[in-house]
Design a protein around this ligand. Structure first.
Ligand code: URA
Length: 442
C-alpha cells in the first residue's frame, strides 16, 4: 500500500477500505508516515468526509492503537459519561457521586482543559491532596469499595488519537464529524466501561454551534458505540452561556459542592439530575432494570433527586475525595480550596436584560485569569476564574455586578476583564428562554 495513493483516493472523494484505514493509522502511530502526509490526508477527509463504515473503521483502528482497559474486576454495569467540552461544565463532579450513591459503578478517566474549555482532572487537582494518578489495581479497589474513582487518562489509551488530535489542532482539521467521532469514541471504547453516556454540547461555547450539527455528532457517536457492543446514549445540551455560575477550577469544585447540597444554580442541577438519571437507567440499578427508556430515565432521575435530598450524594462525594487522598473537609468548608488574592468586579453600564452571555468569551476571559492553559505544557492557577452574578435573561440595573474575576496577577486580571466585558450584551428586550436539554438520542 502507498500513502500517496490513499491521500489521492480520499482527495478525489473515494471510499477507503478497512485495510487502507488501518495502514494509515498504524503507520502514523509508528512514525512511518510523516506529519506532512497525515496532514494532507486529514485535510482530504475534512473536505470529502467519511461514510459511516469508514468512521467505524477509523475509530476501531485508533482504539486498537494502544491499551484496551479491562474493568471486568468491577462488579455491575459500569457507565462512563463524557462531555464534548464547554465552559463551567463541572457535571462529572456532581453526576459521578450522584450516580454512585444510587449504585452505579463509576470508573472514569478524564482529561485536562485546553484553550477556553476546562477539564475534570484540573478541577479535581484543586482539591488539596487529591491524587488523579493511581495504579490500576487501586483504581479498581476504589470503585469496588467506594463506588466511584476518577483518574487522568493514561498515556497508553488510543495513542493514535493523541498524535492525530495534536496534528488536527495545528492544521485546522478539528471540526469534522468523522474525525471528532473517531477521536472521542476510540478513547471511550478503550476505557473499559459497559455503557457510555455522551453529553454533546451545542452553542457559542461548544465545537458544534448549532443543534442540528450537535445532533448529527450525537447520532453518529451513539451508532458507533452501539455497533461496538456498548449501550450508548447521548444528550444534546445547551452551551450558549456557561453552565452554572462558576468558571475556573477551585471555583467550580465549590459550586459542585453547592449543587450536591441542593443549593446550586438551577441549570447545572437540572442537567446533572438528568445525566445521573440516564446513567442509573443504563446501569439498571435503583429499580430501573426491565423498564423502557422513558420510564427508566424517570425512575433513575427520581433516585438521583432522592440522593441529593437525603445527603447520600454529598456523603459519596466526601468518600470519593478522601479515597483519592483529598481533603473531604472541603464539603463543609470550601474555604479550604485554593483562594485567589485578587478580585475585580465588572459592573453593568446600563439597565435592561442580559440578552447575550457568550460562553466562549467567558471561557477565554477565564483562561486569561490564569485558570486555563493556552498550550498543553502551561501551568494553571487553580484558584483563578470567574463567578457570574447574572445569566441570560436576567434583569440588570445600572451599576449592578455582572461577574467577579479572581486571580493572583494584576495584569492577567486586567486582560481578563477586558475580555469578560465583551461577553455580556444588555438591551431592552428579554431574550427567548433557551431549552437546556434539547434532545436525548438512543
Ligand atoms: N474532543 C476530543 O477528544 N476529540 C475531538 O476531536 C474533539 C473533542
Amino acid at each position: 500500500m502507498n500513502t500517496v495513493d490513499l491521500i489521492t483516493k480520499k482527495r478525489n472523494g473515494g471510499t477507503l477500505s478497512p485495510e487502507e484505514i488501518k495502514f494509515l493509522v498504524d503507520g502514523y502511530t509508528a512514525g512511518e508516515i510523516p506529519d506532512y502526509q497525515m496532514s494532507a490526508f486529514l485535510m482530504a477527509v475534512y473536505f470529502r468526509g467519511m461514510n459511516v463504515e469508514e468512521t467505524v473503521e477509523l475509530t476501531d483502528a485508533m482504539r486498537l492503537s494502544g491499551d484496551v482497559v479491562d474493568l471486568s474486576a468491577i462488579k455491575g454495569i459500569k457507565v462512563d459519561k463524557h462531555s464534548t467540552g464547554g465552559v463551567g461544565d463541572k457535571t462529572t463532579l456532581i453526576v459521578g457521586p450522584l450516580a454512585a450513591a444510587c449504585g452505579v459503578p463509576v470508573a472514569k478517566m478524564s482529561g485536562r482543559g485546553l484553550g477556553f474549555t476546562g477539564g475534570t482532572v484540573d478541577k479535581m487537582e484543586a482539591i488539596p491532596g487529591f491524587k488523579t494518578a493511581m495504579e490500576e489495581s487501586d483504581f479498581i479497589d476504589q470503585v469496588n469499595t467506594c463506588g466511584i474513582a476518577v483518574i487522568g487518562q493514561t498515556g497508553q489509551i488510543a495513542p493514535a488519537d493523541k498524535k492525530i488530535y495534536a496534528l488536527r489542532d495545528v492544521t485546522a482539521t478539528v471540526e469534522n464529524l468523522s474525525l471528532i467521532t473517531s477521536s472521542i469514541m476510540s478513547k471511550k471504547l478503550a476505557a473499559g466501561s459497559d455503557a457510555i453516556l455522551l453529553d454533546v454540547k451545542c452553542g457559542k461555547g461548544a465545537f458544534m454551534k448549532t443543534e442540528e450539527d450537535a445532533e448529527k455528532l450525537g447520532r453518529l457517536m451513539v451508532d458507533i458505540g452501539n455497533s461496538s457492543g456498548k449501550k450508548t446514549m447521548a444528550v444534546i445540551s445547551d452551551m450558549e452561556q456557561p453552565l452554572g455560575c462558576a468558571v475556573g477550577n477551585a471555583l467550580e469544585v465549590a459550586e459542585a459542592i453547592d449543587v450536591l447540597k441542593g443549593q446550586g444554580p438551577e441549570d447545572i442541577t437540572e442537567l446533572s439530575l438528568k445525566l445521573a438519571g440516564i446513567m442509573i437507567y443504563l446501569s439498571r440499578v435503583a429499580g430501573t432494570d426491565g423498564l423502557g427508556l422513558e420510564e427508566g430515565i424517570a425512575r433513575g432521575q427520581e433516585a438521583a433527586e432522592q440522593a441529593l435530598q437525603d445527603g447520600s450524594a454529598l456523603e459519596k462525594f466526601r468518600r470519593f475525595v478522601s479515597g483519592q487522598g483529598g481533603d473531604p473537609g472541603i464539603a463543609e468548608d470550601p474555604g479550604r480550596l485554593p483562594q485567589a488574592k485578587l478580585s475585580k468586579q465588572i459592573l453593568a453600564q446600563q439597565e435592561g436584560f442580559v440578552s447575550a452571555l457568550d460562553a466562549m468569551t467567558i471561557g477565554l476571559a477565564s483562561q486569561h485569569t490564569g485558570a486555563g492553559r493556552q498550550r498543553k505544557e502551561d501551568e494553571i492557577d487553580l484558584s483563578a476564574g470567574i463567578v457570574l452574578a447574572k445569566k441570560l435573561g436576567d434583569t440588570v440595573r445600572c451599576g449592578e455586578v455582572l461577574c467577579t474575576l479572581y486571580g493572583n496577577d494584576e495584569d492577567k486580571l486586567a486582560l481578563a476583564c477586558e475580555e469578560a466585558v465583551k461577553a455580556f450584551i444588555i438591551d431592552d428586550t428579554k431574550p427567548e428562554e433557551r431549552k437546556l436539554i434539547k434532545k436525548i438520542i438512543e
